[in-house]
Each structure stands twice: as C-alpha cells, then as structure tokens.
Design a protein around this ligand. Structure first.
Ligand SMILES: [Zn+2]
Length: 120
C-alpha cells in the first residue's frame, strides 16, 4: 500500500507548521546552538539567595522543556526528511507501511504500531 501524494502533502504541511511552533517555543525557553541543538536558558533574576533559587527552578523547568521540545523537533525533522526521500510512512524497524490513521494522529511517527508496542 502506498500513501497518496495528497496525504503526504497534508502531512508535510502539518509537520512544517509543527516545526515552526517548536522553534518558536524553543526560542522562548532556550537559546539556539545549531538548527537542531538548543540549550536551556539560564535566567538572571538577581543575586539574592531567593532570586538564585528561583533562577535554578526556572532553569530546571526550561531544561526539561527544552529536552522535550528538542526531541519533538528532531522527530519532526526526521519525518520531513523521509518525505523528501520518499520513505515517509514506512516503519523504520520492520519496513512495513505505517497505518495512515496513526500518521494522521502522529505525523512524526517513524515506526508502525506493532513495533511501537514492542519497544515499550
Ligand atoms: Zn514496524
């Protein structure tokens, strides 16, 4: 079963929009190092002890946010690359087609439901 061009075009559009959203969010909580690598921002509220504690708390929040966003961005970029290579919608573990319903729900999915279940 091959995905039709209209479906792939729709997924590409969604992935591109998602990519822009992720980059926007990353720019709030992190600083850009390279296109795919960001570092969490360390805020500077002041030198008082409670201010320092607040900085660390915010940094930790930014750090976990940054990691989550970065992983999402990585997966979105990977899916976009697969579209370009004409490999989109194929499970990268078993090579079987991924259910289009799964792709609609998770446009950046790179494995089929069966392999996903196995890896959990
Ligand atoms: Zn699979």
């Amino acid at each position: 079963m091959k995905l039709d061009a209209a479906f792939i075009a729709k997924m590409k559009e969604e992935l591109s929009a998602r990519k822009l959203d992720l980059i926007k969010e990353l720019n709030i909580d992190a600083v850009k190092v390279t296109d795919e690598d960001y570092d969490a921002k360390f805020p500077n509220y002041g030198e008082k002890e409670d201010e320092n504690a607040a900085e660390v708390a915010t940094f930790e929040k930014n750090l976990s946010m940054e990691k989550t966003l970065e992983v999402s961005l990585f997966n979105v970029n990977k899916a976009l690359k697969k579209i370009e290579e004409g490999k989109y919608g194929t499970c990268e573990k078993c090579g079987m087609p991924i259910d289009p319903k799964r792709l609609e729900a998770f446009p950046s999915a790179t494995t089929c439901m069966e392999c996903k279940k196995k890896s959990l």
